[in-house]
Design a protein around this ligand. Structure first.
Ligand SMILES: [Zn+2]
Length: 99
């Protein structure tokens, strides 16, 4: 019933993904998280990232709102912290759905 390999399916353990750069490579230092920008992209689809996920294993993932929601349950198993910046970013993007 409880499959231990369930979270491995997510495949986030690669130590050096080029897209992340140096961040997360050194696990002893946790840099203060800088705000997401338009240059930050979802690891799954390449759309603008709205949610930052800090992993238990070190490093972090970025997701668009769509994928953050889609992987929510799985992320909670492997994440130290999930930082949802969608509100801030949508406010930056413009008053499309505010009022
Ligand atoms: Zn995505």
């Amino acid at each position: 019933m409880l499959r231990k390999h369930e979270s491995a399916r997510f495949g986030t353990q690669e130590p050096d993904r080029p897209t992340v750069g140096k961040r997360g490579a050194v696990s002893t230092i946790i840099a203060p998280s800088s705000p997401l920008t338009a240059a930050d992209r979802c690891d799954r689809c390449g759309a603008q990232a709205y949610v930052r996920v800090r992993l238990l294993a070190g490093g972090e993932l970025l997701f668009c709102a769509h994928h953050a929601k889609k992987f929510d349950a799985g992320l909670k198993k492997v994440a130290v912290e999930i930082i949802d910046e969608s509100e801030r970013l949508s406010a930056m993007a413009g008053p499309t759905d505010a009022r």
